[in-house]
Design a protein around this ligand. Sequence first.
Ligand code: ZN
Length: 259
Amino acid sequence: MSNLPRITIWNEFIHERRHAEIAKIYPNGMHGTIAEHLRAQGFEVQTATLDQPEHGLTDEVLANTDVLLWWGHMAHAKVADEVVEKVHQRIVAEGMGLIALHSAHFSKIFVKLMGTTCNLKWREMGEKERLWVVNPGHPIARGIGDYIEIPNAEMYGEHFDIPQPDEQVFVSWFQGGEVFRSGNCFFRGRGKIFYFRPGHETYPIFHQPEILKVIENAIYWAAPAGGPGVNFGHFPTPLESFEISGDQIEIEHPEESLK
Ligand code: ZN
């Protein structure tokens, strides 16, 4: 057991099994390629896929996950709402980190956390993408140069309908002229979320060392910070004693029983 954040990589795992050309790039799935790299760095990594019971995200798996990575594309709607709700709770109430990769912009969990449509422009021509670091002091940019270049990528363009990111790390330029906020940090409740754009399935993007380095940096950033637990509700006993002058109105609060 190490002290490194415990990782679970979720992948819908359909493209790699359906298309021989994609299986050639990712013989064990995109999750397999990312897991292999992270294990070599010493991380404890579990993987989970859509076709497993509860999509592989059982209570036990989630309880043993500090940071969840998510790749989905064609089967977002097939992810059960109960599982999404559990993941959401783990993030906002308990501080599990989430790294949403590429087309996970439309995943149920990411859309729920953002509260917007998360829609964008796209084009598939294999054009070049250059991800500029716009926040060089940010821990997710550690060890990265001025930019990362991906020789062939699917284009995602603005407008990207997300809330204003709490921290912005990358902005992408595409050969066709569009730009895109491609590395975005959000705080939701106790949890931290990093959206990272690269990762279209027909290109070997998750074999690229700088991309893996960003994912690794983001895992450290998104891991639970270990702050105090949160307590909500009725606190009838003040920490300090004091006297109140004047009459107070007292009414019943039956909803208190809801907690
Ligand atoms: Zn794509």
